[in-house]
Design a protein around this ligand. Structure first.
Ligand SMILES: Cc1cc2nc3c(=O)[nH]c(=O)nc-3n(C[C@H](O)[C@H](O)[C@H](O)COP(=O)(O)OP(=O)(O)OC[C@H]3O[C@@H](n4cnc5c(N)ncnc54)[C@H](O)[C@@H]3O)c2cc1C
Length: 547
């Protein structure tokens, strides 16, 4: 006998926590959430500086990696993903960026009806509790606290001033009416502590009698009967179990594992499935295609004065920083990955910024593992906001516990290569400005020998990483995997709600958009379950009656 719930959510990550909260709010529906990882217990989760520890943590991080590809010099690039209640918000950099109006208007133009900026803005406002100035763009009563980073080291002020000398204005709120400019990042923290999706959405409602949460429960297969997904098979504690869904199964396993579970269940491109030894049941060629991520290079400089995290986080100074953190919840332990930001247009004629910068007064001997240099240093991460290159994530075997094959296909288009090169050149120009002269020593990476277009491109190929924003692999819109209601095409009883449904990646870090997607999806799911027609459904019904 298997248990039955109204909704079964697969994945207790960022989107999963929002869904668990909203779908149980009125008490009418029973919900089970299956999460492969565990409870978030490590102290490194709540301390923002714990980010670097979590990047290589085996418990809270799936630690995927890309296949080696020619374009990035046959390196395997790390693809961390959060594991446990809260998902990737347990281990992420906490940077809060919504993206640009044009991102969402672009989704609507690609067939994602109801996802234009004007449609999604109310959900962005609903989810956040912004500590900055009140405006028509920002929300103040939502579950997720959003505030500017508290630390304001003089070297970061100098970086922002140098950007001004290069012709880029300061912008007090890049999540407001325009993204362009420089300033301090906004982060999801409260009193110097990380606020994950688990903290913001799940913990406050764990007591609800209609919500069940199973950790250590890894979904292995979606069970279909007559074109409808009716149940989920999962493994827990060495046992194989099944749970049935009366209304819907909601897949929220993230952009790497949602396509994986679809494929392991026989939903996808029949050729890909057969190659992996899986019998195809539902033909959906877009599953696992359209994989997009933010490729990022990191430029480093030696700094003349000992004001960087390289020295401040060692020896007795670290002791002081720990004391400061526990006494006041301030200091360097409140810093995650981003301190000062920049959003710039790399060439004229663009409708919005196409390059994002991450300035940090720290430098790493090993960027992937975040091992700090011993001498003072600083880093500017350079990323292209809207890459054109598309890769794939597919299974290579029927084993749902085996890692899927991740092929990002970075730098595949001329636009992407040009944008990265232009972005790095602008960063060098900013650091060369007088405002940075007190701090700037030598550029160590790529270094002064890097001058020609090919030098820059080779540097990117040899050193670029991702900034961990996998998206697009179960995309919404024309020819995609899900429709505008996030229902999986050609099936009933199944939706996907996570970063994988983005038709194109948003211009910025992705968690805010995932939270928005899950907030909007919750409304759509509840409307269906309560028997209220959505506008899209009533249009379809009208069209059918006319025929
Ligand atoms: C290291 C890192 C740093 C980042 N930094 C930032 C940042 O600073 N700002 C920002 O905006 N974004 C950042 N991101 C990206 C952002 O966190 C993600 O885009 C977002 O959290 C993804 O949400 P999701 O719901 O799609 O997936 P996730 O939050 O990853 O949730 C998926 C969940 O599903 C579970 N799961 C997977 N497979 C199964 C299965 N078969 N059965 C049961 N459970 C399963 C996973 O364990 C996980 O808990 C970062 C991401 C990472 C990894």
């Amino acid at each position: 006998m298997s248990e039955t719930f109204d909704f079964v959510i697969v994945g207790g990550g960022t989107a999963g926590c929002v869904l668990a909260n909203r779908l149980t709010a009125d008490g009418r529906f029973s919900v089970l959430m299956l999460e492969a990882g565990g409870e978030p217990r490590s102290i490194w989760i709540s301390i923002p500086a714990g980010f670097s520890k979590l990047l290589v943590n085996e418990t809270y991080n799936w630690r995927f990696a890309t296949e080696p590809e020619d374009a990035t010099q046959n390196r395997m690039i790390a693809v961390p993903r959060g594991r446990g209640l809260g998902g990737s918000t347990l281990i992420n950099g906490m940077i809060y960026v919504r993206g640009q109006r044009g991102d969402f208007d672009g989704w609507a133009q690609m067939g994602a009806q109801g996802w234009s900026f004007d449609d999604v803005l109310p959900y962005f406002r609903k989810l956040e509790s912004y500590a900055g100035p009140v405006s028509e763009w920002r929300g103040t009563g939502g579950p997720l606290p959003v505030m500017e980073v508290r630390e304001r080291p003089a070297i970061a002020d100098a970086f922002i001033a140098a950007a001004g000398e290069s012709g880029f204005e300061a912008n007090p709120d890049y999540n407001g009416d325009r993204q362009d400019g420089f300033g301090y990042y906004q982060v999801n923290q409260h009193k110097g502590r990380r606020v994950s999706a688990e903290k913001a959405y799940l913990a406050p409602v764990r007591h609800r009698p209609n919500l069940s949460v199973l950790t250590g429960a890894c979904a292995t297969k979606l069970v279909m009967e007559g074109g409808r997904v009716v149940a989920v098979e999962y493994r827990r504690g060495g046992e194989m179990l099944t749970v049935r869904a009366r209304c819907e199964v909601v897949l929220a396993a993230g952009a790497i594992q949602s396509p994986q579970l679809l494929e392991c269940s026989g939903i996808g491109n029949p050729e890909v499935l057969r190659r992996a030894g899986i019998v195809p049941h539902v033909e959906l060629p877009a599953v696992g295609e359209n994989y997009v991520d933010h490729f990022c290079t990191r430029m480093n400089w030696r700094v003349k004065v000992p004001v960087t995290l390289n020295e401040l986080s060692r020896g007795p100074r670290l002791g002081l920083a720990v004391a400061q953190y526990y006494l006041n919840r301030t200091g360097i332990l409140t810093l995650g990955t981003g301190l000062a930001y920049g959003f710039v247009r790399s060439r004229p004629g663009l409708s919005g910024p196409d390059v994002q910068y991450f300035f940090m007064h720290a430098s790493y001997a090993n960027a992937a593992e975040r091992k700090l240099d011993r001498k003072p240093g600083m880093t500017i991460g350079v990323t292209q906001l809207r890459p054109e290159s598309r890769g794939t994530i597919h299974v290579a075997s029927p084993d749902p516990l085996a890692a899927p094959v991740i092929r990002p296909n970075f730098l595949a288009t001329q636009t992407d290569r040009d944008c990265m090169v232009a972005g790095m050149r602008i960063a060098r120009d900013i650091v060369a400005q007088p405002a940075m002269s007190r701090y700037r020593d030598s550029e160590t990476s790529p270094g002064p020998g890097c001058e020609t277009y090919d030098d820059w491109l080779n540097f990117a190929r040899a050193n670029g990483q991702t900034i961990y924003h996998a998206a697009g692999t179960c995309s919404m819109g024309r020819g995609g995997v899900v429709d505008s209601e996030l229902k999986v095409n050609r099936l009933r009883g199944l939706r996907v709600v996570d970063a994988s449904v983005m038709p194109t990646i948003v211009s910025g870090n992705t968690q805010a958009a995932v939270l928005m997607i899950a907030e909007k999806a919750s409304d759509m799911i509840l409307r269906s379950a309560r028997g209220i027609e959505t506008p899209a459904e009533s249009r379809l019904a009208r069209a059918a009656s006319i025929r």
